[in-house]
Design a binder for this molecule. Structure first.
Ligand SMILES: [Fe+2]
Ligand SMILES: [Fe+2]
Length: 373
């Protein structure tokens, strides 16, 4: 295949386009140019709002939400491409070292992730970003859209490297009800707020939007992704599938920021709009997320693997869900849940992990230290 050339357009006109004619000299009878428009009033940052704001959406500063700009700067410190991480040992591990139960776990985690990251991209890019009325919020979300696409590329790269059947892996969520359940639940949340006639000045719609963003940031990304990589990390801790696990560690760093940013936006939205979330709707949200996650865990871990089981997965979901609720300023949905996987938070810190396992040491963080939680 020939190398891609960045400046190889073939849609140039066959004949040179004539240079535009010089403007005619104004005659005495030509209309006079319009008077210069008076300068617009400077942007007052306090006119900015998360939604329904009045400030110029095309003017970044002065900031109302300087923390959003900080998120954007921090996001740019975690930069990699999946091609930079060797998958060679994973190919051997997958075909020669994993047990059938471990292969089942690995493939189904991957199958879930392939679909869910596309969904995450559509949610933030199509349902959320267009409703924001402060550019500093949109700028970070634009980066997030790119990162979700990068995550999808990463899964595709893993599938290609391991020689898995693409059609079968991508189609799995359609045929496995326990995977489909999580995707369907998220799709329902997305579709409720993505309608073209969704009026954000309506209080019920605002409440629906806040719940939806809370679901995607706090649960979909904050629990399902955060906790969802752990079966692969459990293999990594035993020296298996280390390339794929390292890819997921980079993704996890992005997801921790997506979750933290989304929670911050939701809190700001609730405060600005003087909105209180309906406790019954919240309870429903936690319960349906728990039911979907428990069914998923029961399927991917129908047989436990060394150091990991469906019960551990669900317990950890409860523990992380409580953390997200506290960060949202809400009551813990699963009081008394224990931290059954204390190594998971360390796993989110890539640098510590890489030193511990002495894998290929390449630090892609290009700026100062990142704070994860
Ligand atoms: Fe993602
Ligand atoms: Fe994300």
């Amino acid at each position: 295949m020939s190398a891609f050339r960045f400046d190889d357009w073939d849609d140039r006109p066959a004949t040179p386009v004539a240079a535009p004619a010089a403007p005619a000299v104004a005659s005495a009878s030509a209309p006079q140019a319009a008077a210069p428009r008076p300068a617009l009033a400077p942007v007052n940052p306090m006119d900015k709002r998360v939604v329904n704001g009045h400030a110029d959406i095309n003017q970044l500063a002065p900031f109302r939400y300087p923390w959003a700009w900080e998120f954007f700067l921090n996001a740019n410190k975690n930069h990699w491409t999946p091609l930079e991480i060797s998958m060679a040992q994973d190919v051997h591990d997958y075909h020669h070292k994993l047990t059938p139960a471990e292969r089942h776990v690995f493939e189904n985690v991957l199958a879930y992730l392939t679909t869910s990251d596309i969904l995450a991209m559509r949610n933030i890019g199509l349902a959320v970003m267009e409703k924001m009325s402060a550019p500093e919020l949109q700028i970070y979300q634009a980066r997030q859209v790119y990162e979700e696409a990068l995550h999808t590329w990463t899964y595709q790269h893993c599938i290609e490297s391991l020689g898995l059947d693409q059609q079968e892996i991508y189609n799995r969520y359609r045929v496995v009800p326990e995977i489909h359940g999580k995707i369907a639940l998220a799709n329902r949340r997305l579709e409720r707020v993505m309608r073209s006639d969704f009026d954000m000045t309506n209080r019920d719609n605002l409440h629906e939007f806040a719940l939806s963003y809370l679901f995607f940031a706090g649960i979909f990304e904050g629990c399902w992704f955060y906790n969802g990589f752990t079966p692969i990390f459990a293999l990594q801790r035993r020296g298996l599938m280390k390339g794929a696990a390292e890819q997921l560690q980079y993704i996890m760093r992005d997801e921790v920021l997506h979750c933290a940013f989304g929670i911050r936006v939701v809190r700001q939205l609730l405060q600005e709009e003087n909105l209180t979330l309906d406790p019954l709707r919240l309870r429903e949200l936690w319960d349906e997320a728990e039911a979907a996650e428990a069914a998923y865990a029961g399927y991917i871990l129908r047989e436990p693997i060394l150091g990991y089981s469906a019960a551990l997965h669900v317990n950890q979901f409860h523990f992380i869900a409580n953390r997200r609720a506290r960060q949202l300023g809400l009551d813990e949905p699963f009081p008394g849940a224990q931290n059954v996987l204390p190594w998971l938070d360390e796993q989110a810190n890539l640098r510590k992990e890489k030193n511990f396992f002495e894998t290929r040491v390449t630090e892609y963080q290009t700026g100062g230290a990142l704070s994860w939680e």
